[in-house]
Design a protein around this ligand. Structure first.
Ligand code: 5RP
Length: 242
């Protein structure tokens, strides 16, 4: 009997596993996949790995982090990078929060820059989330990847932007576990988390943040997803689409 990530049987499948399984079913033989990062993507890759061995699929992938690279190798997905292949068939990724207009906030795992590049390079973008991450108005603290050299200037500028948006919090340099000091991304940069409260216009804020010199990328993905697979309690899934 198959066990899910919480060790329960498939009769009590978790929302995350249900969504990841559904995402694995839309992949077709020969596809080039943009592979996101995170725990949902980890389950997706493991489900895909079962299909690769049972159905002898040949799949190609551009991973967005060392996490997904290692998992993809283990699953038997052939690795590619964007130098070899500038357009991908599909991008499958998790998200920290999504709204009903398919905007998303990503970067909880610090892989947002490569995730955004891979999403834009893909013909179809699918985000995979548990139902608790669906909201009417985005409000998850926005992860921002920052060039270390620019940190002082960027923190000052972000504080001003946050005040302009009515937020009373301050930008927070992300610190991790397992190593002292700030989190260093797979691109050698820092991550700053900014709590803007309710984000009424994600597109506008995404543009504004991206224009700050020293900001490599921000975790708002406005208008990028074509479909969102949502996993509900009890293992049901449904889709949000354009
Ligand atoms: C990593 C991401 C992840 O997709 C996001 O944080 C969701 O992760 P999880 O599936 O573990 O909840 O954006 O940068």
């Amino acid at each position: 009997m198959a066990l899910n990530d919480k060790g329960c049987s498939d009769f009590h499948i978790s929302p995350k596993l249900a969504a990841a399984k559904k995402a694995s079913e839309i992949v077709e033989d020969g596809m080039v996949i943009g592979i996101g990062s995170g725990t949902t993507v980890e389950l997706f890759i493991k489900e895909l790995s079962k299909r690769i061995s049972h159905e002898e699929l040949e799949l190609f992938g551009v991973p967005t982090s060392y996490q997904s690279m290692l998992l993809a190798i283990e699953a038997g997905i052939h690795l590619l990078d964007l130098l070899e292949c500038s357009e991908l068939d599909i991008c499958i990724d998790g998200a920290d929060e999504v709204d009903l207009k398919l905007n998303a906030i990503k970067g909880g795992g610090g892989a947002l820059t490569r995730e955004k590049i891979v999403a834009y390079a893909s013909r179809e973008v699918v985000f995979v989330v548990e139902e608790r991450k669906v909201t009417k108005i985005l409000k998850y603290p926005v992860p921002i990847e920052v060039l270390p050299f620019s940190t002082g200037y960027v923190l000052k500028t972000l504080s001003k932007v946050m005040r302009d948006y009515g937020s009373s919090s301050k930008p927070r340099l992300r610190h991790g576990t397992g190593k002292l000091g700030p989190v260093i991304t797979d691109n050698g940069n820092f991550i700053v988390d900014c709590d803007f409260g309710d984000i009424e216009n994600p597109k506008k804020l995404e543009k504004e943040l991206s224009l700050i010199p020293g900001v490599v990328e921000c975790g708002i993905f406005a208008g990028v997803a074509d479909r969102i697979i949502v996993g509900g309690e009890g293992g049901n899934t449904y889709e949000l689409s354009r």
